[in-house]
Design a protein around this ligand. Structure first.
Ligand code: ASP
Length: 358
């Protein structure tokens, strides 16, 4: 990371009362290039210039912050589990030096990074707010200033003690969010859990009864395992389609490199009435692969076995992902498989809510 420049307020504040902003890339900092938008440089200066265009009362309410930029800025479509690990390590390294953190990230895989951070930073005792924007900082009508403003406001609230996403006036639990729109400013949703907070006029209201802060006591118990173990495609995500055949499922699951799979089933947890499909799943489980299932519907939960069409999944060793988002279920599999746990421990923890993800 490059050395941090300061916001105008920051020099007069002790570091422990400042927010650390970590810029990783994404549309928010992009500028036009010959091949299209690509990450642009000097984000700290450009961010300060953008925030200076906010109404005076909003500028005055901003907490003191410092900004660091990654040396290699990415479009978040290039993020990998190693990106998630790097961010968690950087937050861990700086944790006690700052009151809160804002992570600036491309929106395409923002909810994946947020979910992964939540598993790695279990027991977090201060805010980590991930944000970005749909339009670059300098674009007319950009949503960047509002998102940065709100993210900084929530990152300065000590009662908020988890990984969240701030976007378009809404504060969402990181491990409950999905990107729901490819163009609109309101790009993120939390389909199965209420908002943790929201902007109401010029106020940023946190709802503590919905957050993890009240349940967490004591020192953070971060788990930042070596994600190199799962960064070469060891976990696959398979969404059913009408006509899926056992040989197709087998082509994914019989590969010896695959250690885990997230299945996205129909509705409340159904798959075609084909015993060969269940055989493939049972064989993969028997080989020690971690298999979990969620629904393709963004809202609602799976109930494996509620219908005859889903009966047999549990016997085949498939774990229920309940109402988890694809992001939360996949990054949880990744997190568990990156640790030296027995298969039984991995299965047990998958079924347990670790950070309010289910
Ligand atoms: N492709 C961009 C990215 O994810 C989109 C964005 O930032 O909104 O980095």
């Amino acid at each position: 990371m490059a050395m941090p420049p300061y916001s105008p307020l920051a020099e007069s504040m002790p570091a422990q009362e400042r927010i650390l902003v970590i810029y990783t890339g994404g549309t928010i900092g992009m500028q036009p290039h010959a091949e299209g938008l690509a990450p642009g440089g000097d984000f700290p200066t450009r961010m300060a210039a953008a925030l200076s265009r906010l109404p005076l009362v909003q500028q005055q309410s901003l907490p003191a912050y410092e900004v660091v930029s990654y040396v290699t800025l990415i479009d978040s479509s290039a993020a990998t589990p190693l990106t998630w690990q790097q961010l968690a390590r950087d937050i861990n390294d700086q944790l006690t030096a700052y009151a809160g953190f804002v992570i600036i990230h491309g929106t395409d895989t923002l909810s994946w990074t947020a979910a992964s951070l939540a598993y790695q930073l279990q027991g977090l005792d201060r805010p980590v707010v991930v944000t970005g924007s749909m339009l670059p900082l300098e674009a007319p009508g950009s949503d960047a200033m509002d998102n940065l403003h709100g993210a900084l406001q929530f990152a300065a609230k000590p009662a908020l003690q988890e990984v969240t996403i701030y976007f378009s006036g809404q504060l969402l639990r990181g491990a409950r969010a999905i990107k729901q729109h490819s163009e609109a400013a309101n790009a993120f949703a939390s389909p199965n859990y209420p908002l943790l907070g929201e902007r109401v006029g010029d106020d940023f209201v946190y709802y503590p009864s919905r957050g993890l802060g009240l349940q967490q006591r004591g020192a953070p118990r971060f788990e930042i395992p070596d994600y190199r173990l799962i960064s070469q495609g060891e976990i696959v995500r398979i969404a059913l389609w009408p006509g899926i055949s056992a040989w197709q499922l087998d082509a994914w699951l019989s590969d010896t490199r695959v250690k885990g799979a997230l299945l996205q089933l129909w509705g409340a947890g159904n798959l075609p009435d084909d015993p060969d499909l269940l055989d493939v799943l049972a064989r993969a489980s028997g080989e020690g692969k971690l298999l979990a299932a969620i629904s393709q519907c963004p809202q609602g939960s799976v109930h494996l076995g509620a219908y005859a069409a889903g009966h047999g999944l549990s016997d085949a060793g498939v774990l229920s992902g309940d109402a988890m988002t694809p992001e939360a279920a996949f990054t949880k599999l990744a997190h568990l498989l990156a640790q030296p746990l027995t298969l039984e421990d991995q299965r047990q923890r998958f079924l347990t809510s670790l950070i309010g993800e289910r």
